[in-house]
Write a protein that binds this ligand. Structure first.
Ligand code: XIL
Length: 661
């Protein structure tokens, strides 16, 4: 099939974007990948600027509301929650490029939740993807929806649109931008993870985006196993009864086979991402667990495993046959899923038996999260022991290992592994990621340096443990390739997380060095170390670094230009240029300043930031740490302000006062 999405972006549209995140390189270098804005709509010319309704909505440029300037797009006459303003981007979006889409929304009346979605079609088959999930919106103010989207399939129609969750109320849309960051080359001069960790295959969960371009290069350089993160789940493979769909999974499997990667199949049976029809009788009513219901459910399960398992046959060496069946809050430890409620434990028995029939040589796993929690671990152990005692062919226990920078301990994780050894099953780490957050209430605009350090030590310690138990563990998989695409950006709440080995521009983090060479933790400029934080600290650290009394000269001389390049009610965009006025190169840099009016940086690109009240510390990104004499590095940011927004008057670089240009 032919890719109809356009392959180039008109250079006339190129402009620096406020919405781009984590962008590249020395600002003055000729090869600088600067963020590129490909769409910018403000409705100030009084037209709808290409937006259309998805159905019969009435769209008009309106002066009733404006996020900035005097006009926005008013959308009235919505007839369904999924109808709203849409923009056709077929000729703009290029397959494999990660776009940042930003829109501002407000309701005309009342309140609702708004979502930013994409509709893509090929040969009239439509698919819908969520770019930004439900976000509260009211008639009382503007709300920003910003998310990333990568087109990874061929399409003949592509649009993004705003919809709402429950009402068809009128809404306003304004200041729509779409930008992308030209890819930074992957680092080819660092060790491959798979060549360092040789005790077992090391894998990554993948979606369509991970096999393309630089992502594909990074994937095959470092990993020798993959798990399709969603493509093999029931909703993707059998959305309606007995109609099987492999369009998501086939390209991933083809890529994996072509690159010699082992494949973990995930997953035949789960309580999530399973279509409603599975648990409905032929007449559409809900199954309740009668004998007939159970028979029908188990026959559907059998048919599903025969088809999906059979489609890939021996290409997939390991399957998560059942996923997340334990609930330690139940007195018997069995999750009260529809599967269990209708079929009792027979759904597990049937799944493994049928999987073994279809896939005689595959490793068949029972997979779960929080298996390091003693109560859950013990219920899982008991279940596997019982079922194996009955002859149910369980070969493997999968530990998801969705953990964070301060949980769990190595000791608990070791107890988890030890527990299952006597059962004679192999064990796999199936979905590891290390969140930078330790609670649902935290949120950081960019990953704080001390969290990235703690994360690196967690990866170091956990990988050391897994390698110590190499005889018990047959695979370790991370739940994603790089921080630009992680499920933790929206789970358990929407916020930017950074749980993987590579950053949003695919560069190695300290977490990577934690796995590959712990002596190098902290040397990566992507995961900058602040001298004031210790690895075990879970605080956000203190970026304050008071300028020394006099301006420096020689190796650390610096000059700073700070500009506010855009300002609107409550928000602003800034641009900072750091110039090396000395005689020696900087190897890395950290620029400190104090805001004086409570401004807060909410997003920063071409570096990373920590802010502690008024004290700001910006660290170089991995590609712009080295600044030769006379050279400069620039970064941009978005901030919020109230009252006034004075420019800072003093800057220090690596602790040395800079002149202010
Ligand atoms: C996640 C995917 O990564 C997301 O894209 C999807 O929206 C939800 O599911 N445990 C599992 C995985 O077994 O299947 C889940 O994957 C993460 C938690």
């Amino acid at each position: 099939m032919r890719a109809l999405a356009r392959l180039t972006v008109a250079t006339t549209l190129i402009a620096v974007s406020a919405a781009a995140i984590a962008v590249a390189t020395h600002a003055d270098a000729a090869d600088t990948p600067a963020p590129v804005t490909v769409i910018s709509k403000d409705f100030e010319d009084g037209t709808v600027q290409g937006f259309t309704g998805r159905n019969a909505e009435v769209l008009a440029a309106s002066t009733a509301q404006a996020h900035d300037g005097t006009r926005s797009l008013s959308v009235t006459g919505r007839t369904a929650t999924w109808n709203g303003p849409a923009l056709n981007v077929l000729s703009t979006f290029v397959k494999g490029t990660s776009y940042t889409i930003s829109v501002w929304v407000r309701m005309a009346d009342g309140s609702d939740n708004a979502r930013l979605s994409v509709e893509r079609r090929l040969a009239t088959v439509a698919n819908y993807e969520t770019v930004v999930g439900n976000t509260a919106v009211t008639n009382g103010g503007w709300v920003n929806l910003t998310g990333r989207y990568t087109l990874s399939t061929d399409v003949d129609y592509l649009s993004f649109y705003v919809e709402t969750a429950s009402t068809t109320g009128s809404l306003f849309l304004d200041d729509v931008t779409v930008s992308y960051t030209p890819a930074v080359p992957i680092q080819t001069d660092i060790p491959n993870v798979k060549s360092v960790v040789t005790e077992f295959p090391v894998g990554a969960a993948i979606t369509g985006a991970e096999i393309l371009n630089e992502h594909g290069q990074l994937l095959s350089k470092h990993f020798n196993s993959v798990t399709p993160g969603n493509a093999l789940k029931w909703d993707a493979t059998e959305p309606t009864e007995n109609t099987f769909n492999y369009t998501q999974a086939d390209p991933l499997i083809t890529y994996a086979k072509a690159n010699g990667l082992a494949i973990r199949g995930h997953t035949f049976v789960w309580h999530n991402q399973t279509p409603a029809w599975v648990f409905q009788r032929a007449d559409g009513t809900a199954m309740t667990g009668t004998a007939d219901d159970k028979t029908l459910l188990l026959s559907r399960l059998t048919n599903h495993i025969r088809n999906v398992g059979g489609h890939y046959g021996s290409s997939i060496g390991t399957w998560d046959v059942v996923n997340e069946v334990i609930d330690e809050s139940q007195s018997d430890g069995n999750r009260r899923s529809s599967w269990y409620n209708i079929a009792g434990l027979d759904y597990i028995r049937t799944a493994f038996k049928v999987a073994r029939e279809v896939l005689p040589n595959a490793k068949l796993c029972i997979n779960d999260y929080n298996t390091n929690v003693a109560a859950k671990r013990d219920f899982l152990y008991n279940l596997v022991a019982t079922l194996k005692g009955e002859g149910i062919p369980i070969d493997c226990v999968g530990h998801q290992m969705h953990i964070n920078v301060s949980w769990p301990t190595v000791a608990d994780t070791e107890a988890m592994i030890q527990k299952f050894v006597p059962l004679g099953v192999t064990q796999q780490i199936t979905e590891m990621d290390v969140s930078i957050y330790t609670s649902s209430s935290e949120t950081f605009p960019t990953p704080p340096a001390d969290r990235l350090l703690s994360q690196a030590y967690k990866y170091r310690d956990m990988f050391a443990l897994f390698r110590k138990y190499a005889s018990a563990i047959s695979s370790v998989t991370l739940w994603g390739l790089a921080d630009d695409n992680t499920w933790l950006d929206t789970y358990p709440v929407s916020r930017k997380d950074a749980p993987l080995l590579f950053d949003t521009t695919l560069q190695a983090k300290s977490a990577y060095w934690g796995v590959v060479d712990p002596t190098k933790i902290g040397t990566t400029t992507t995961a900058p170390t602040s001298p004031t934080v210790s690895p075990s600290s879970s605080s956000t650290g203190n970026p304050t670094d008071s300028p020394s009394p006099s301006a420096s000269s020689g190796a650390n001389s610096c000059s700073v230009t700070y500009r506010v390049t855009g300002s609107w009610q409550g928000g602003f965009q800034g641009d900072v240029k750091l110039t090396n006025t000395g005689t020696a190169s900087y190897a890395t840099w950290r620029l400190n300043w104090q805001f004086t009016a409570g401004q807060t940086i909410t997003q920063l690109w071409n570096g990373s930031v920590t802010q502690n009240q008024n004290a700001v510390a910006v660290f170089n990104a991995s590609w712009n740490g080295v600044v030769p004499p006379g050279g400069s590095a620039s970064f941009g940011f978005l901030g919020s302000w109230t009252g006034s927004n004075p420019a800072p008057t003093g800057f220090s670089m690596n602790g040395n006062v800079c002149t202010v240009a």
